[in-house]
Design a protein around this ligand. Sequence first.
Ligand code: IMP
Length: 203
Amino acid sequence: MKKRIVFATGNAGKMREIRMIMDDLGIPVLSMKEAGIQMDILENGKSFAQNAEIKARAVHSMCHDIVIADDSGLEIDFLNGEPGIYSARYMGEDTSYHIKNASLIERLDGVPDEKRTARFVCAIAAVLPDGRVLHSRGTIEGIIGYEERGENGFGYDPIFYLPEYGCTTAQLDPVTKNELSHRGKALRAMKEQLITVLQGVEE
Ligand code: IMP
């Protein structure tokens, strides 16, 4: 089996995160750009896992390395799981998160703490050189705050409050966020699966 991982993203922050976590596998981790792959992928799955697999398969068709892709988003229970798989597209891709966050706070107007429960979800799919597909998933539970707080992170972080830490995920330092986050958990779970697969190949 070829020993290269291509991560199907154009997002530099995600690349840093995956490199940090996959580092001790001892396999080079390349971005799509570094692997010389450029493509627009239609994410038309019905779940985070399907979208991750669609992305990984699309890139795998161009390179046959180990290809990893993720799909993530915010599920708010009071809004029946919205924005969910549409988190990036909620109110339009080009709408600022300040406006998206204000809209979600507004839609929860008058809703008490115990009904403001939400989670970030991350699904990861890996397509192996022989076509096998692996899946992992990570979540982090929180509640939707009443105002934006914090400057770190991105997206919905300023309104995602962690009661046990007394702050939003936008107030966590990046290392702590990676330890706790949906993406960190899903990436570490995927790493464990890859270690097993790679050991099987080497034996
Ligand atoms: P994608 O996984 O790149 O398709 O994007 C998922 C979208 O979900 C992002 O654009 C954010 O809006 C949101 N999201 C996913 N993870 C996080 C996070 O850790 N903090 C804040 N927002 C997130």
